[in-house]
Design a protein around this ligand. Sequence first.
Ligand code: ADP
Length: 456
Amino acid sequence: MKIRTRLTMQFLLIGGVIMILASLSIYYFSAKYRQEAFFDRLRAKARMTSNLLIEAKLNPGLIEQMERNNPVKLNSEKIVIISSIDDTVFTTDYNNEIRFSYVIIANIRAGKQIIYKQDDYDIMGSLYRLSNDRYVVLAAAIDSEGKRHLEKLKLILLIVCLVSILIFTVAGWIYAGRALRPISNVVKRVDQISVTSLNLRIDEGNAKDEIGRLAATFNRMLSRLEKSFTVQKDFISNASHELRTPLTAINGQLEVISLKDRTNDEYKSAIKSVLEDTRSIIDLANRLLLIARTSAEGPVHSSSKIRMDEILWQSRDELVRFNKNYQVNIILDDSVDDESQMTVTGDESLLKVAISNLMENGCKYSNDHTVHVRIRSSDSHIRITFKDNGIGITPEEQLKVFEPFYRSLNAKSFPGTGIGLLIVKQVIENHNGSITLTSEPGHGTEVVITLPLSQV
Ligand code: ADP
């Protein structure tokens, strides 16, 4: 069901219930008032007749005659007076229409005032005392005027109820439409936004009411989407470019070599060169896969306990095996007492990729090809510092180097793809750790990673 319909129905329900309750109470109190007023008149009439008959000792015939000519006589009025020995001493009920049982008479004689209905008649019975005599006085009449008024009131209230329900429906529909119009505008605008028009924004109005805040939230989300789409587009074009370079090189070499017959040595050197290019393609593909994996998986859920010092030694050995001129000095700080202060929980292969990358960068970007690795530990964290005396990074570029494919200007002459630090950052953050980089161009770079220790 549409919100507009639901709001209208709620509007109608609240208004309708209030109207019906108000009408019912008006009708109930009017009916009660009519009855009380009518019984007051009956009581007065009974008292007056009893006074005339019993106290003033007027002749019943005379009273009847007076009654017949009484201009304020009640409609179908009947008065019956019964003495204590059950004699009907006075009656205007000539056709014996008013019925009363002995129980009613007994109750009246016991001092109770009795009120009851018979057909259209409202009947009231009361006791009239004079010295030792006790008379039962029954007064009855039909309140046709009062009932007519009540019927009219009922009709008026019914019409008022129906009309107000109609008004509530129309007013609710208009009101809900007005209240929801800004939302409809937002929906229309959002409908216009597609992948190709992420630069469009929603009108925030005064940006203070709920709809304005909703629009502002949408706009912030659109900005984030636009940014991540741009990042993705750049990423894809950069990745394609990086892949195309070695592929073009392979293609060129194969074309040149196939132009004419070559010597064995020439073939061997061409194959070696092609192999190097394919290796770099495989390396890049693996790194791209790693980026996809680390960004998609989020926090690492593995519960494996990993010794960081072992990872450092293994990474160092592998790096030095393939790069004979690289040197990695690992120093264990005094703050590390036992192996529990070097044990973290996580994914061993990912942590190894991150550590190797930081070691390789330190060696690659420094003339002495040396990186100093220092392990420090506190009660809850292990902190590993990678320090080199290399080319350094300018302050403006220090944040950018964590962006995909970004390479600082002074690093262009070194081999690399510019995605290593991004992987390192994602791996460390996925292990609930943090990474900071400080650097001075021409003097060197220091990268510090901090990881939470495994809980024993
Ligand atoms: P790559 O080394 O393959 O280019 P990285 O993502 O590892 O990619 O590094 C991104 C960039 O950060 C590098 O291109 C380089 O400009 C800079 N960089 C990283 N580590 C260092 C370092 N130790 N010294 C100087 N520059 C560095």
